[in-house]
Design a protein around this ligand. Structure first.
Ligand code: CUA
Length: 335
């Protein structure tokens, strides 16, 4: 049972009982108003209580006792039942918890950041698979916010230094509004995000896209290179560990190389030529939102200001000679 189901059931039961009780009470009032209407005659009232005597309702207090007992029974069982339902809301959905998705939510003025277990990060868009319980761990980096998705009956305080956990399970694919439920500043009303619910299949594809650095190579004039046979690509993570080496054969037909990466880390991509047709080039890429990057080889010094893309080889002068061979006088003049 999802949160939506639970709150829907609570609402319907209270609405139903309230309606029944209301109908009984109003009907009984009308019945008595009619029964004891003024018909112009006087009736002796045997049940009229004397001073100091409790009214018994005519049957020795039985009516009074029954109505009190019934009311108490209804109120107590409703209370127990509601709290039982709310415990379900607190403790989360049944079933193995390893099926659940865990996402850390961070509020800041005035946006939301989402951090997934597998290293995926996204900003203002929470993507989840349909029919899967999602646990969110909500906090804030600055002032008090409140993470809310009305359509999923989700609300969790986002307070610096504190972590408020809650869950939801979206059964229907689609897009839902994420809002901030705590007045947090001038941008409060625009502190919105999107909850995107997709099929398990689409979700896995989305995660895969987020964890892929798509690399294409350009020549000195910014044209994409499709000739990649003589290329060797080495990828290092921020600790300098090599996470993968690729050759020209790993590039697809469109000249793109897909590299599996982790989000949030910075990767150094080193492109070497196996036949010496261009100098070794490297660049750093920070991985956010499934990047597609292009790396320029054989023209690293053409005034694009990207000094990271040149290697040590530049300093010994060989690089410049190589470039002059590859570039026309026009592009050199742009310096
Ligand atoms: Cu954040 Cu209101």
């Amino acid at each position: 049972m999802t949160r939506v189901d639970i709150f829907q059931e609570l609402f319907l039961v209270f609405l139903g009982l309230g309606t029944i009780v209301g109908i009984i009470v109003v009907a009984y009032i009308l019945y008595n108003a009619y029964k004891y209407r003024d018909d112009g005659e006087r009736h002796p009232d045997e049940d009229l209580p004397t001073l100091g005597e409790l009214p018994t309702g005519g049957t020795g207090g039985k009516k009074l006792f029954v109505s009190f007992f019934l009311s108490a029974l209804i109120v107590i069982s409703l209370t127990l039942w509601s709290y039982g339902m709310l415990i379900d809301v607190e403790s989360g959905p049944e079933g193995p918890s390893e099926d659940a998705l865990e996402v850390d939510v961070e509020g800041q003025t005035f946006s939301w950041s989402f951090y997934y277990e597998n290293g995926v990060e996204s900003s203002n868009e929470l993507v989840v698979p349909a029919g899967t319980p999602v646990w969110v761990d909500v906090t804030s980096v600055d002032v008090w916010h409140s993470f809310g998705i009305t359509s999923q009956r989700v609300k969790a305080d986002a307070i610096p230094g504190e972590h408020d956990q809650t869950w939801f399970q979206a059964d229907d694919e689609g897009e839902y509004l994420i809002e901030c439920f705590e007045l947090c500043g001038p941008g409060h009303s625009s502190m919105e995000g999107t909850l995107t619910v997709m099929s398990q299949e689409d979700y896995e594809q989305w995660v895969q896209d987020q964890l892929t650095l798509t690399l294409t190579l350009e020549d000195g004039e910014g044209e994409q290179l499709n000739e990649t046979e003589n290329v060797e690509v080495t990828v290092q993570d921020s600790d300098g560990e090599t996470v993968g080496t690729y050759t020209g054969e790993d590039f697809d037909d469109e000249g793109a190389l897909e590299i599996g990466v982790e989000q949030g880390d910075t990767y150094t991509v080193i492109v070497e030529s196996t036949d010496g047709s261009f100098e070794t080039t490297e660049d750093d890429f920070e991985i956010v939102d499934g990047p597609e990057e292009s790396l320029q080889i054989g023209g690293s010094d053409d005034g694009n200001g990207n000094d990271e893309s040149s290697s040590d080889g530049d300093e010994d002068g060989n690089g410049n000679e190589d470039e002059n061979e590859n570039e026309t006088d026009d592009s050199g003049g742009e310096n």
